[in-house]
Design a protein around this ligand. Structure first.
Ligand SMILES: Cc1cc2nc3c(=O)[nH]c(=O)nc-3n(C[C@H](O)[C@H](O)[C@H](O)COP(=O)(O)O)c2cc1C
Length: 364
């Protein structure tokens, strides 16, 4: 019996590990190699209909730290460990027409692996709403198993796109309306972690037909400046913009966001993302309620794998399988969400003395 098999949003996954929408899933060749290596699914690099032109410099850097000199930097040093990725890459620059035959071939070659098409359009007009439907229909028509709506890209100039729209529940409802009326596959909604209204946004998405929330995209952030050279570690002509932080550095924040949603909507599905680089991080997402796990930075960083995490997926599968076996669990469902009720209000945690009243005076 395959203990790693999961049913998530009605889809059968051979294992719960999925490559997130990013460079590891930007091309047919990479996706085919990822499936050959054992990944249970992929969310494609986000596909859109508007023109994309990336910055004239590196799109992603990998930041590391070390015990001897524990600062964070992309600079090459000996004996460092990974801290994070930082990127300002836009969505796929490959047009939909080129994606479609590739998606069809991928799905035909690996019918037992899940292909989720990540899509993004604007929100400022009826035409943009139609674009969401067009993208979704086109991807489903060539065999994609689900759609992930990108409402989370942290570096969009357009105010009606990416993370900029995830604060607006009306827009979330309209986009879901457009997509659910066009296709009948599961719809995952990828939200930005950088909003104080995340639970409301997730609620609006679930109510409007989302099968799952994918969380987190990268956190809006700036690269560091080197004190000697006075240059940012990534810049173009001396300029930077806010980009996205991913990798281990965001694990704890991502878990907190997943926990918030899982507590508010315990019966709904969540795909957990942010800082997964081994079994222990994946385990933490599962106990907070995630039934599916997406990985980006750790796969990109793996040397010799073409940025798709060949060793990583072997380790993830082996270590999760081993854990389930030695604990006597039949699948991740037996541990999913078990930490939910143990995340409480601050005042619900025992004090040394009885006199604490949540910060208020005790009524006389
Ligand atoms: C270079 C790069 C490009 C990315 N592009 C996309 C994208 O096109 N669409 C999307 O939804 N997320 C994108 N992401 C975000 C990842 O899918 C993921 O949510 C994030 O990196 C957190 O996961 P991690 O900590 O495993 O890296 C990108 C991330 C990186 C590093």
């Amino acid at each position: 019996m395959n203990k790693l098999a999961t049913t998530f949003t009605g889809l059968e996954f051979v294992n719960p590990f999925v490559l997130a929408s990013a460079p590891p899933t930007e091309s047919k060749l990479k996706i085919l190699k990822a499936f050959e290596s054992g990944w249970g699914g992929v969310v494609t690099k986000t596909i859109g209909l508007h023109p994309v032109e990336n910055v004239a410099g590196p799109k992603t850097i990998y930041q590391r730290t070390s015990e001897t000199k524990p600062y964070v930097s992309r600079m090459k040093r000996t004996e460092t460990v990974s801290h994070s990725s930082w990127n300002w890459e836009l969505i796929s620059d490959k047009p939909l027409d080129l994606w479609l035959p590739d998606l069809e071939e991928i799905k035909t070659t690996y019918p037992d692996r899940m292909v989720i098409a990540s899509i993004m359009a604007g929100a400022g007009s009826d035409e943009e709403m139609d674009n969401w439907s067009k993208l979704a229909s086109a991807c489903v028509n060539v065999g994609c198993d689900a759609i992930e709506l990108n409402m989370s890209c942290p570096h969009m100039d357009r105010k009606d796109m990416g993370a900029n729209i995830a604060n607006d529940e009306d827009i979330i409802r309209s986009v879901l309306g457009a997509v659910t009326s066009a296709v009948s596959v599961p719809i995952w909604v990828k939200l930005t972690p950088s909003t104080s209204k995340l639970v409301d946004a997730a609620g609006a998405a679930y109510e409007s037909g989302a099968s799952s929330i994918s969380l987190c995209n990268t956190f809006p952030s700036l690269p560091l400046m080197d004190p000697e050279t006075m240059k940012f570690e990534v810049e173009v002509d001396g300029l930077v913009t806010s980009g996205g932080l991913g990798g281990l550095a965001i694990l704890h924040q991502a878990l907190q966001r997943v926990s918030d949603i899982s507590k508010a909507f315990p019966d709904e599905a969540i795909s957990g993302i942010g800082g997964i680089r081994g079994f222990r991080e994946a385990f933490n997402f599962i106990v907070h309620g995630a039934g599916n796990l997406q990985v980006c930075t750790a796969a990109m960083e793996e040397k010799g794998s073409g940025g798709i995490g060949i060793k990583l997926i072997q380790e993830l599968k082996h270590d999760l399988s081993d854990y389930l076996e030695h604990k006597g669990y039949s699948s991740i469902e037996e541990i999913r969400g078990i930490a939910r009720h143990r995340v409480v209000e601050h005042s619900q945690v025992r004090r040394k003395s009885e006199v604490y009243n949540g910060g208020y005076s005790i009524a006389s």
